[in-house]
Structure formats: C-alpha cells, structure tokens
Design a binder for this molecule. Structure first.
Ligand code: UGA
Length: 440
C-alpha cells in the first residue's frame, strides 16, 4: 500500500516519518522546496524529540519527498492532508491552504485511474469536509465521491514535544465519513497500525467537532485551574498545586491539564478555541463558556504583569530576564507563546530584556532581533538582572540555585510554573498560584 502525505509540518512530517520508519512506502509533498531539501537530507525543519532519528530511519527505508503533487495523486492509495489551517484576524479559520490542495488534487484526479482515499487530518470546522472539500474535489475531478475516490475526516490529537510518541500510540483514532469499502480500508489500515487503540467511526461533521471539543475542553481545564490559581495567590498560604493534586484524584476530574501557569499558548489551543467561538456564533449558539475560557486566558497575562510590577516596582529601565520563550518545554516553537507576548509588553514599558531558552533562541531572535539580548547560559542571562521570570517549565530551570542567583543585581524571581518552590533560594520569590503572607 502506497501512502502520500501532503504538507510536512508537525503533523505531516511526524506521520510520514513514523509510517516510513515502520516500512510503509511513503511519499511526502510540500510546496516549500527548501523544507523538502532539508527533510530529504534528514534534517527536520523544527525541533521535536525523536523526530530526526525517526525521519532518518524512514529515509533509509525509502521515504521519498516530492514537489510534484501528481506523483501522490496518481500513485497513493491513502493520501493524508496535513496542511495548516491558521486563524484569520477575526478568529475564524483560514481554509485557503486546504482548499487549494483540494482544488489541485481534484484537477489531478480527473486524469488518473487511481481511486485514492483522501484523509483530512488538518483541523477544520464542522461541515468543511462535506460542504467545501468534497464539492471542490468532485467539481474539479468530474468524478464522484465514494465511487472514484473517497474522503475521510481523521482529526489528529498529537502534542508537540510528544509528536512521535503520540503518532505511534494515539489514544484514539476518529474516522468521519460514509461507511463502505473505502472506510473499511482506512479502518483496516489503522487496526493494523495501532492494535490496541479504539477506533471511532462517525460522520465527517461529528469527527470535525470532536477535535474542537477536545482542544476546547483542555483549554477549559487550564483556564479553570488558572482562575483557582489567581484566587490561591490572593489567599495567604493557599497553594494551587495541592488543590490541583487533590481534585485530580477525583476520577471524574482527572489529574492532567491542571497545571496553573501564565495561560495556554501554542499553535493549537488559542487558535482552536477562537475558531470554535467564531463558528458557534455563526451557527447562532452563544459560546458563553468558551468566551470565559478565553477571557481568563487573556487575564492571566495581565495578572502576571501586575505580579512582576509588584515584585519589581517601576519597569522602565529595569533589566528583566525571561527564562523560556518556547510555548512549552521540549520544543522550539514560539507560536502564540505567552512569553513572547510578555516580552512585547515589557519592551513597551521600556524594560531591558535578556532571554534564555534551551531551544527557541533562534526563533525568538527572528521576532525581536536586537531589541533584546539572548543568552545560551542561565548564568549569563541572569547577570545584572533585577527580576527573573520563569515562563517555560524546561527541566534546566529546576536546577537554578544560589550560584545562579548571585549573578543578579536584585534577587527577585517570579515563577509562573512554581519550579523553585522547594529550593532554598536566596531571593524574593513570587510563585504564581501560591499565596505568600506579607509579600504583597
Ligand atoms: C494541543 C493538544 O494537547 C493536542 O492534543 C492537540 O493535538 C494539539 O493541541 C493540536 O491541536 O494540534 P499542543 O499545542 O502541542 O497540543 O500543546 P499542549 O501540551 O496542549 O499545551 C498547550 C498550552 O497549554 C501550553 O502553553 C502549555 O503550557 C499550556 N498548559 C498545558 C498549561 O498551562 N497547563 C497544563 O496543565 C497543560
């Protein structure tokens, strides 16, 4: 069985690499030639644990990349679409890339004897497959879905920083579309690939909303605990971690996604909650809860800023060190990272910023250029600093000790992830979510 992957970003490249490394015949398409060249040489265009190793294994087993979409449409039995669906200024989803892929694929389908199954992995709002992608494919190809080709919606749940592990062992496979021989082929493919993973078969619009419901619920859990965290911070002695640990023991709640912090970021949760709000309004359902989830997330940054101000006094001219710009550890991704937003605000207040991140420095530099100073070592980043703000829970930061802190001009630490709460540090310490008596 020959497999095609259209769009080699986080999802597409992880999928192609895992399938290729398992010995499947995989062809990957991307419109970006320099990205394709790097991938061909075993160099992932972004940092993701285990990806380089898996990609190289796939290349050794014959994973090939192409800039020619026809090769994929003419030869592959299963074709995964994994292009981005970013957000527009009003929060709605930008379908231009996936529409363009559908349109080009449809034109190519017209002249081929191949009857591929097109599997939509990109996140799309409910109705997109049925009302937009299928009609484009049928119109361009002048062929009929479920006869000459098929489309199956198959949302992806992998997490950045765990992309390879999640691709190998997903917690669920969701397949949306029409039951029949094409759907059976996809089901068999996944049953063989993931022997112990539940497979949910439903229609495409349900599959599409499952993805949004999943991410929106995760965002809701985070905003909930952040709200509790803010309350704890204002109650002397109260500790959000004990709250999270305890309510997490209730099986109806569960322990995950209850880490209070500076708010959720990244390329998915903020975008998907906004798209869900936008979509909900469009279909006449007031998204009261999701509006609140977003509002709490926005306030989280304001709350953090006021904690920093309380800890340091006036920001103008102060040297502030930001520890971590990646939106979470084990990635170099800074898209929609709260840390980046914080730096922008601190710069507006005319603070002087030094930055440390184990992986994301180059991406951070592409945004701020010479407006901030970049450091490879935590010591250097802290030298002369008047306040350090721990933003990303990189393991390195748990090792911060008095040797590092003595580099600082004023020993003040704001810790959005409570990483130093058990360390005996010689500093004024402001952990988010822990109410310190007399600190404020
Ligand atoms: C998220 C989902 O977790 C994946 O299941 C989904 O497939 C993916 O979006 C997607 O739609 O592509 P990801 O964006 O990689 O994955 O990152 P998460 O691990 O979900 O973290 C998102 C943000 O929430 C980060 O800023 C993180 O720091 C924050 N977070 C997470 C918290 O503040 N507290 C928590 O307890 C968990």
């Amino acid at each position: 069985m020959k497999l095609g992957v259209i769009g080699l970003g986080f999802v597409g490249l992880s999928l192609a690499s895992v399938l290729g490394s398992k010995g499947y015949k995989v062809s990957g398409f991307d419109s970006d030639k320099s990205k394709l060249n790097a991938i061909k040489n075993g160099i992932p265009p972004f940092y993701e644990p285990e990806l380089e190793y898996t990609l190289k294994a796939a290349l050794r087993k014959g994973f090939d990349t192409t800039h020619d979409l026809a090769k994929i449409i003419n030869n592959c039995e299963l074709i995964f679409i994994t292009v981005g669906t970013p957000q527009q200024d009003d929060g709605s989803i930008d379908l231009s890339m996936i529409k363009s892929v559908a349109s080009q694929s449809g034109s190519l389908l017209r002249d081929t004897k191949n009857k591929p199954i097109i599997i939509v992995k990109s996140t799309v709002v409910p109705g997109t497959t049925q009302n937009i992608l299928l009609p484009i494919l049928e119109k361009r190809s002048r062929k009929s879905a479920n006869k000459d080709f098929a489309v199956v919606t198959n949302p992806e749940f992998l997490r950045e920083s765990m992309a390879i592990a999640d691709t190998k062992n997903p917690h669920v496979v969701v397949l949306g579309g029409t039951e029949g021989k094409f759907m059976d082929t996809v089901k068999r493919f996944y049953q063989k690939l993931h022997k112990n993973t539940p497979i949910i078969v439903t229609n495409s619009q349900t599959a599409e909303i499952i993805k949004y419901a999943n991410n929106s619920f995760l965002a809701t859990k985070i905003s909930f605990i952040n709200q509790i965290s803010n309350m704890c911070q204002s109650i002397p002695g109260a500790n959000v971690e004990d709250v999270a640990k305890t309510i997490g023991l209730d099986p109806r709640i569960g322990p995950l996604f209850l880490n209070a912090g500076p708010g959720y970021g990244g390329s998915c949760l903020p975008k998907d909650v906004k798209a869900m709000i936008n979509f909900s309004n469009k279909i006449g359902i007031k998204p009261v809860l999701l509006d609140a989830v977003e509002t709490v997330n926005r306030y989280q940054l304001e709350n953090l800023l006021s904690t920093i101000k309380k800890a340091t006094g006036k920001l103008k001219g102060k040297k502030i060190t930001i520890l971590g710009t990646a939106f979470k550890p084990d990635t170099d991704d800074i898209r929609d990272s709260v840390s980046i937003k914080l730096i922008e605000i601190l710069l507006k207040h005319q603070a002087t910023i030094s930055v440390h991140d184990p992986k994301a420095i180059e991406n951070t530099r592409s945004i701020f250029e010479d407006r901030v100073e970049y450091f490879d070592s935590i010591n250097d980043a802290l030298r002369g600093s008047e306040c350090a703000v721990i933003m990303t829970s990189w393991k390195d930061y748990t090792r911060i000790n008095n040797e590092h802190i003595k580099q600082m001009k004023r020993k003040v630490i704001v810790d959005t992830r409570r990483m130093l709460k058990k360390s005996k540090i010689n500093a004024r310490y402001f952990p988010i979510g822990i109410g310190l008596s007399g600190s404020f």
